[in-house]
Each structure stands twice: as structure tokens, then as C-alpha cells.
Design a protein around this ligand. Sequence first.
Ligand code: ZN
Length: 374
Amino acid sequence: MKTYLRFAFLLFLLSLVAYLFYLNPFSEKFWSPHSLYELKLSFSDYSQAEIEEWKYAETQAINDSLFVNLPTQIKVVGEAKNFTAWAYRMTLQEGQKLALDISKSSEKELFIDVLFEESAGDFRHFESIKENATDLFISESGNYLLRLQPPINQSISGNISLLLKPAYDVFPVEGKGNKAIQSFWGADRDGGRRKHEGIDIFAAKGTPLLAVCDGEIDRVKEGGLGGKTVWLYDKELDQSMYYAHLDEQLVSEGQYVSAGDPIGTVGNTGNARTTPPHLHFGIYLDKAIDPLPFVKKQTASAKSPKYANEVGKRGMISSKPARMYFAPNSKSKAKSVLVKGTIVDIIGASGSFLHVKTADRGSYFVKKGDLKVG
Ligand SMILES: [Zn+2]
């Protein structure tokens, strides 16, 4: 009998460990407000059906997530009784910053999370957004998902602005911008024997080169393919910037510089002797990575949604079957259509499209002209 009890106790301990392992309290996801709220729901007065409906809304939003093109502004409205969750998908590159700005109609709670697509359809928690305005550094290229969900029985109305920024505000060549970048990552070099592990930024000889960030000059060298070179180490991102073909080096090893400080001038030393003066700019993490998203200026501005006033209303597919779209543009047509008379809730708007949810909880973009609103 005693052995039996001991065995039962051991089994209990094992399942407890397994359960904790499953919850993974060491992960950031576990401590996200969304996850904690979900945990809290089990001890709340809400019915099992309501809790299941809330959880299902989130799963469904992710499965039906729609693409948005950045930069963009999105308006969302969700009625409490409708259990609305939103998931917008976007493709981001390592070295970009996603600038999120969310304004809500009131102080109401809204769980805002960014998820990363690990493999097709499989998302892991990337970051919980706790501030209204956040710049999120993208450390991995791929598909991301912005998921929004209010607590059970709470309506929400909000405006979301999504902009792209380069991780570094300072462009490495003074007075220059995207147009001066004329050779890109991966271009053939030496007749295809090696690939270009950086970008080339063209400017007149003597143009100042600027530190893209605060950091330490970890090497100043002369010779080889790069000619006169300077390496700048960014402690925060744990990576080094490589400036090559300099005419003059204005810094020394071990020196600390601030973003925007001149560290050298444009030249054509090394294997650039026979080419017009330019800066070869590279970034090395554990290996060379594409530096373009780290410095490329994003000039487009986000337009507000054309039919923001219709969001939160109910609509009916009018006159003819309505095309469904996966993104707020005409090129993203889905194969199926919504038939005439289908009732939809308008839960969002982006560009000139409306984001609708059907009674069976499907979620699509449609054109305003295909809907009778009100
Ligand atoms: Zn180059």
C-alpha cells in the first residue's frame, strides 16, 4: 500500500512538472497580458461557452489573418457580444523597425501582441505591446502577425498606424539617401566567384561618413580588398558595421563615437581603385547580413482608411456576389465569393477596403461598393 501511494505521488509530481513545462512560465509568452488573462478566465464567472468562444475567436482570427501592406492605417471596431479578434499579417525584414501607434476610443483594455510565423501557419509569441506607441526592432526576416483582442464582453474602437523605419536613423553617408545605393546585397563579384556582402553607396570623394549608431571603433585598418577601412561596434545589437574604400579615416581604435559623428570620408581605396568613389557598407552579426533594411529610408506615409466611418456597422452583400480579398488591394482576390444577401459585421477598414466578419466567423476584405451598409 505504501509503495502504491508513493507511486501515485510520484505520478502527481511528474504531471505537475509536465503541466508547468507545457505552460512554460519562463517564456515571455506566459507573462503576456493576453496569456495571463486567459489563465484568469478559468477562475472567472464567465460560462465555459463564453470562454471557449473567446478562445475560438483568437484562433479563428489567426487562421483567417489578412495581409496588410505597410505603411498603413487601420480602423477597428468590435462589439462586446461579437467576440471579435483581429489578426493582420505583414512581411518584415531583419533590420527594420515596425513603428506601431495605437489610439483607442477610451481607456479600455486591448491585448496587442506581435507573433512571428515560425513555419507555415505556426506562430510564436514575439512581443506584447504595452505602450500606445512602440518601435519594434525586427531581428528576424519573415511573416509577422499583429493580433488584437479585447477581454470578454468588452467593445473596442481603435485606430492603428503601422509604419516601417530603418533600425538606424543616421544614414552612413552625409547628405545622401536611398538613391545613392547602387549595388546591393548578393550581387555577383569577381565574375560570380563571390557574392557582394554589403551595399555600395556612391558619393563624391571626401564626403563625410557618419557613425550610424553610438558605439566603439573596434578596428581601423589599411590594405586588402577594402583599402582603408573602419569597423564600428554596436553593443545594443551586438553587431559590427564595416566601412570600406575610405579616402580618410578620422577615428582611432578604441574610440567611442555617437550616432552622426564623422568617422571618415568617401574614397576609392582597395579594390575600388578603378571605380567611382563609394562607400562599401557591411554589417556582421555572426556572419555578414544584408545591411539595406538597417539604413534604407522609408518615405511612404500611411493613408487613413477611406471608409473608416462604416466600421462598427452591419452590412449586407448587395446586388451581386462579392469578391473576397486577402489584402486591401485588388490583386489579392480569393477564389470564393460572398453571395448576395450575406450579412456581415464590418470590423475594420484599411485603404479603400472594408474588413468584414461573417456569421460563420470567416474574415475577409471586401470592396465598399459590394456592400449595403446600415
Ligand atoms: Zn561593395
